[in-house]
Design a protein around this ligand. Structure first.
Ligand code: FIX
Ligand code: ZN
Length: 403
């Protein structure tokens, strides 16, 4: 007996809400790491997505904005984007979702009242992880930023929850400085590339990363294919059996005055990605693309290369209208064999909205697919739905990391 449409919708909603999430790309740190961990209402408002929205809408220069104190910045964002204008963008709606989920009624309240009410909730990492049903997440850890890397001197956080990745952008953007850091840390006198590999070895032992990652555009992506250091890094990753995560198509500082809020979209040639998958068949590549233009080709490549796993809706792709179309395209071509989302959260509280927004879309889209299967006499069960959702939100990533 097949489920009725209402039963299907309810079961799917229940399963999506009860499935534990493994969030494979965030910029979060455990709250024990005070200098780097961001949380709370002020940080939620001072998110770079909202800063870019403010600076392109309100009459304030980036220079003036960045000279302000964090509370004043947040107040300005609240007043300009949430009171003087309708907070209808995805980033604005995210803040409203967090307030709603925390039972904070925001209508007719001043910024100061809201700030106090939010602080009185005394949210902890544990409470936020529970509210968003995230059981573990992957941080972005830059081994060439020694101040940040000092996190690993601390033992006061749960390494099963806050898992590690090795972010290697510095080796591309600022290779000589990164090599200098590696040299100082390893205190060896080998050739530059060997020093880097030596340093990565020691970082691996300290942090036990689930993958290494870089963000790249077409210029620096070519480097990976041709550069001797990257050949060594790829063979090192293969030896350690961890994937290289490629976040493709970013152009940093399209408006440098905006700081972190000033990055945009650059070019990427996915033919190079196909070459990479063929040239290093033993390596695993986790890939996400920033531009809508690249999504179809990326999906086709994921159907052709077993060592390529698509993940997430990255940054400018993380808009409900875009997610719906591309998620369907991915399912149509790949079934359920990809990692549909990551949060990219920079403020712990963002986990609440990033995941709740995605779950709503996942429900809407999967409902259509399951309903269609039912019409073809495919017998759906709660067991099947649980298996599928667990794969999407959790196990697909773990299997790829383990294989
Ligand atoms: O490179 C990255 O990991 C990006 O996600 C960030 O640099 C970006 O600023 C961001 O927060 C996007 O969501
Ligand atoms: Zn990121």
């Amino acid at each position: 007996m097949n489920m009725s449409n209402q039963e299907l919708s309810d079961t799917l909603e229940e399963v999506i809400n009860n499935t534990k999430i493994f969030d494979i790309h965030t910029h979060l740190f455990p709250s024990a790491f005070k200098s780097h961990s961001l949380s709370g209402f002020i940080n939620l408002l001072n998110y770079h997505y909202l800063i870019a929205e403010l600076l392109t809408n309100a009459n304030i220069s980036a220079e003036k904005f960045y000279s302000l104190d964090d509370v004043i910045k947040a107040k300005l964002i609240w007043e300009e984007l949430f009171q003087n204008r309708t907070p209808i963008s995805e980033a604005c709606k995210g803040v409203l979702t967090v307030l709603q989920k925390l039972d904070i009624n925001y209508s007719n309240k001043t910024f100061e009242e809201l700030k106090n009410e939010y602080e009185n909730k005394s949210l902890t990492d544990e409470k936020i992880l529970k509210l968003s049903n995230v059981s573990s997440l992957v941080m972005t850890n830059n081994p060439f930023d020694i101040d940040e890397w000092n996190l690993y001197k601390d033992n006061d956080w749960d390494r099963n929850i806050f898992q590690s990745s090795l972010r290697l952008d510095d080796l591309i953007i600022n290779n000589s400085q990164a090599t200098e850091v590696a040299k100082n840390q390893t205190k060896t006198n080998q050739k530059a590339n060997d020093i880097v590999i030596n340093y990565l070895d020691s970082c691996f032992l300290v942090s036990n990363p689930v993958y290494a990652a870089i963000s790249a555009n077409s210029d620096n992506f070519k480097e990976i294919l041709n550069d001797p250091l990257w050949k060594l890094i790829l063979s090192w990753l293969n030896k350690e059996n961890i994937p290289l995560s490629l976040m493709l198509g970013v152009k940093r500082a399209v408006n440098s005055s905006f700081g972190l809020a000033g990055d945009g979209i650059g070019d990427i040639n996915l033919k190079e990605l196909s070459k990479l998958c063929n040239s290093f068949p033993e390596n695993k590549f986790l890939v996400t693309c920033l531009s809508l233009n690249d999504q179809h080709e990326l999906t086709v490549l994921a159907r052709k290369h077993p060592n390529l796993k698509i993940f997430g809706f990255w940054w400018f792709m993380n808009q409900p209208s875009i997610i719906k179309i591309v998620l369907k395209m991915r399912i149509d071509m790949l079934g359920l064999s990809f990692i549909p989302q990551h949060s990219d959260a920079r403020v712990t509280d963002q986990l609440i909205y990033k995941w709740s927004h995605f779950k709503n879309i996942l429900h809407e889209i999967l409902y259509e697919y399951y309903e269609d299967l039912s019409k073809k006499n495919y017998e759906l069960s709660k067991f099947i739905i649980e298996r599928d959702i667990n794969n999407l939100l959790n196990q697909n990533a773990k299997n790829f990391f383990l294989k």
